[in-house]
Design a binder for this molecule. Structure first.
Ligand SMILES: [Mn+2]
Length: 293
């Protein structure tokens, strides 16, 4: 496959033209507040590499989603910018990209990139709300002295005034409890959505809770670690591939999903399963979005 172009999907030039593309893929290799296993900085390249092996024909949607056009941007690596400075520049970049009116698909990188991306996208869609798939609530006020830590990502999002719906959650700290399932936050803990009936009820609640314009953030550890072992903090009891799709499909069908990200992919030596799952998920999510027109 060495002749395959290094872009999302390994697509030929006629399908990657920026002016015509429906999707802009932004690699965001940010890794600075990792608290356990490392490697998310290598996530975006690994997901793009794996995406070149994802079949372009979508077996569920019965179409080649790439026909809508997918343009992969250079990785976001501003010179000499670290930590909060990097995230501030990322928010500015997201503002500029969202203004193009395309669907922004960001590949992390650690979860701390999401508040910056949401901040940028929210400039174009002021009533933006957020659907989060994650093992962790990410509602801590600060972690290891950092407000911008991955463990605080969703606290920073609700501080922007966004309604938040969380699925797959199975790791809460005591300090997060006052925010879980209260105020702007609707939470569906993983152990309470194990039957299809309970999952459907959670989705109905989410559809009511979320505004029309939705940003979706998928922390890949929301999926079960048997499916995605390559992530910093693998938690047992995660969503299956089909549970994940069952959460996402109705949101894409009934809301205006304006941007999404997939974060926390930390490729393991000698295994491509984690990045392949992430790549296939990103392509399926593009498919759901393209199906809506
Ligand atoms: Mn997270």
């Amino acid at each position: 496959m060495s002749d395959t172009p290094f872009n999302f999907g390994g697509l030929p030039p006629e399908l990657t033209d920026r002016a015509k593309a429906k999707f802009l893929v932004l690699p965001v290799p940010f890794e600075e507040s990792v608290s356990y296993g490392g490697g998310t900085g290598k996530g975006p390249d690994a997901v793009i590499e794996a995406s070149r092996q994802v079949e372009l024909w979508d077996e569920e949607l019965l179409r080649e989603t790439c026909d809508a056009g997918i343009h992969t941007l250079p990785a976001f690596k501003p010179a000499r910018a670290k930590g909060e400075k990097y995230l501030k520049l990322l928010a500015e970049e997201a503002t500029a990209l969202a203004a193009e009116g395309k669907v922004l698909v960001s590949l992390g990188g650690e979860h701390s990139i999401t508040p910056a991306l949401v901040e940028g996208v929210k400039k174009k869609y002021p009533k933006l709300s957020v659907l989060q798939i994650d093992a962790h609530a990410d509602l801590r006020d600060e972690y290891e002295g950092k407000k911008w830590s991955h463990a605080c990502a969703m606290k920073r999002v609700i501080e922007q005034g966004c309604k938040l719906a969380q699925a797959g959650i199975r790791n809460f700290s005591k300090s997060e409890v006052p925010f879980v399932d209260r105020g702007l936050v609707a939470t569906a803990p993983a152990h309470l959505t194990r039957t299809s009936g309970d999952l459907r009820k959670a989705i109905e609640r989410f559809l009511e809770h979320l505004t029309d314009d939705v940003y979706i953030t998928v922390d890949i550890d929301g999926l079960d670690p048997s499916l995605v072992p390559g992530t910093g903090t693998p938690e047992p009891g995660g969503l299956s591939w089909y549970d994940t799709l069952d959460f996402l499909r109705p949101i894409f069908a009934q809301k205006n999903v304006v941007a999404f990200d997939i974060v926390e992919v930390a490729p393991l030596e000698g295994s491509s399963v984690s990045q392949f799952v992430a790549a296939k998920l990103a392509y399926r999510m593009m498919g759901y979005r393209a199906a809506r027109g």
